[in-house]
Design a protein around this ligand. Structure first.
Ligand code: FAD
Length: 494
């Protein structure tokens, strides 16, 4: 529990009462929905209807939505240890979330499942009113409660290593706490911020000993940076959070090397976020989707105000703009960093706050088939002035979150794989990554998925329709009679 929360008096009975209300809500809304998908077996093996990879926020809300829709044979697998899904307690290093505390996040229309309900049940309304931003570890506490309150059956320490087509099914190769393979009909990749990509490692660290640098998503021994000179590449949220950690652990100086000339200060997409954007973005023509996302990428998201102040309150923190890193070389016990404009600095440790690249080609789960996935650069040529290599590497998805083939016919099974992670942003907007739009995303995903499952089984559903023979009327509710030659004429009753 975060310091801020543990300082508050916890009302355990309040949380139990909330859970009782949640169960009531579930009853009122008839959750889970009625099962309707015919069971399939292949050589005695029961086929899992849906496998969700990732038991973080997106995976759990997708599960919640699917259970509401009567989809029951679901496996939800995560390679991390229980309670450590997602970045929150591993490499996220901010004190508080950027997202406002009122966001309803993965609550899926249940007021009793919101962060607000969870917080107020334990700490009261006065504490809620006083709360500014959500302390990061507290958000993980909330997600742990969400999992427990809903009994989300996440299977931890299980990694999806490879997806293979198996007729109209998929065979998933697993390792970790469960090894072997499972057969599934549909696969949801709820794999997070780098779920369709990898950390962005610039070429300038190639050949430099890994003991001298780290990406912001790596585990970093900050205590070892005490008394050291630290250089941070970039000034985005993660760059700034890592810088703050280094400063607070006694780094003697921290220099941000920032390629751009000025600090981005306006969070464009957050500012104009609306239900219209959530619902409408995915339906826009390519030109508009590209234009909006390119603009958002180019204007960049600023680091949060609180996180930036957390750095700048230290006199030994420096923000150097217009400083692109050109080369890094080892120089005795230190690193020499060559910066644009013929400048050079010496540092003891380099942290890459360079974010993630979204590019399915960088993921191993698809094996060789990764070359069959259509990307934006295969599907759309932007006008002059709007070129963007990073955006071009995003998968070019169907409107139901499924991957498309680059060449139709080469890997039709990709249409059974749903990209419910940050990688869907270019195609479908902000509904499968950040906290604000995930319930809408889960709803959208589930409707599309249920429609596919239903239409694939249409012959079986048609048979069921014809075979269904449970009467609603038992025959004792009416009596048949002959129609006389004249009835009801001139108001006469026959
Ligand atoms: C440093 C940082 C700070 C952030 N701060 C915010 C914020 O303040 N507000 C906000 O809205 N968003 C924030 N985000 C975005 C954040 O990632 C999402 O809001 C949230 O984590 C998304 O949930 P998710 O379920 O999509 O992904 P995650 O929470 O990352 O969960 C994905 C899960 O997939 C599992 N997984 C991945 N691949 C496999 C595999 N092959 N096999 C098995 N399991 C696998 C992982 O173990 C992980 O637990 C932040 C992201 C980062 C990196």
């Amino acid at each position: 529990m975060a310091d801020e929360s543990s300082a508050l008096p916890i009302d355990g009975a309040g949380l139990m009462a909330l859970e009782t209300r949640l169960r009531e809500n579930q009853e009122y809304l008839c959750w889970p929905g009625k099962a309707w998908i015919p069971e399939r077996k292949v050589d005695g093996e029961t086929v899992t209807d849906v496998a969700i990879i990732g038991g973080g926020m997106c995976g759990m809300v997708a599960w919640m939505a699917m259970r509401a829709a009567g989809i029951e044979r679901i496996r939800i697998l995560d390679r991390s240890a229980e309670g450590f899904e997602g970045p929150w307690l591993t490499y996220a290093r901010m004190e508080t979330l950027r997202s406002p505390k009122q966001l309803t996040g993965p609550s899926f229309g249940y007021g009793t499942l919101t962060f607000q309900a969870w917080f107020r049940a334990q700490f009261g309304t006065e504490a809620w009113n006083k709360l500014d931003k959500i302390p990061r570890p507290m958000w993980m506490d909330y997600l742990r409660w969400y999992r427990k309150a809903l009994s989300v059956p996440v299977e931890n320490n299980v990694s999806l290593d490879l997806i293979e087509p198996a007729g109209d099914l998929l065979r998933l190769h697993l390792s970790g706490a469960q090894s072997g393979t499972i057969l599934v009909r549909k696969l949801i990749m709820a794999t997070g911020r780098d779920g369709t990509g990898v950390p962005n490692i610039p070429a300038f660290v190639k050949g430099v000993s890994k003991s001298r640098w780290a990406h912001s998503s790596d585990p970093i021994d900050f205590a070892a940076l005490k008394g050291k000179r630290v250089t941070v590449v970039g000034v985005g949220a993660s760059a700034v959070d890592n810088s703050a950690e280094a400063l607070e652990h006694g780094a003697v100086e921290v220099r941000h090397l920032i390629r751009r000339a000025e600090m981005p200060t306006i969070n464009k997409l957050m500012g104009v976020g609306s239900f219209g954007f959530t619902a409408g973005y995915g339906e826009l023509p390519d030109e508009w989707r590209w234009r909006i996302m390119n603009y958002s990428f180019v204007t960049q998201t600023p680091s949060p105000r609180g996180s930036t102040l957390r750095v700048s309150r230290h006199k030994n923190a420096h923000f150097h703009f217009g400083c692109g890193v050109e080369k890094v070389e080892e120089a005795g016990d230190a690193l020499r960093v060559h910066v644009s404009g013929g400048r050079e600095i010496e540092t003891d440790f380099l942290i890459l706050g360079t974010g993630f690249i979204t590019d399915p080609m960088a993921r191993s789960e698809f094996g060789d088939a990764v070359n069959d996935i259509a990307l934006w650069r295969d599907a759309y040529r932007p006008p002059q002035g709007e070129e963007n290599r990073d955006l071009g590497s995003f998968p070019y998805l169907n409107t139901d979150f499924t991957f498309r083939e680059k060449v139709p016919g080469n890997a039709p099974w990709l249409a059974n794989v749903y990209c419910f992670n940050y990688g869907a942003t270019a195609s479908l907007g902000k509904v499968s990554g950040d906290i604000p739009g995930v319930s809408e995303g889960a709803d959208w995903l589930t409707k599309a998925l249920a429609a596919r499952l239903y239409s694939e089984d249409i012959a079986r559903h048609w048979n069921d329709l014809q075979a269904y023979d449970t009467p609603e009327l038992l025959g004792d509710e009416w009596a048949a009679s002959d129609l006389p030659k004249t009835a009801g004429l001139a108001g006469k009753v026959a």
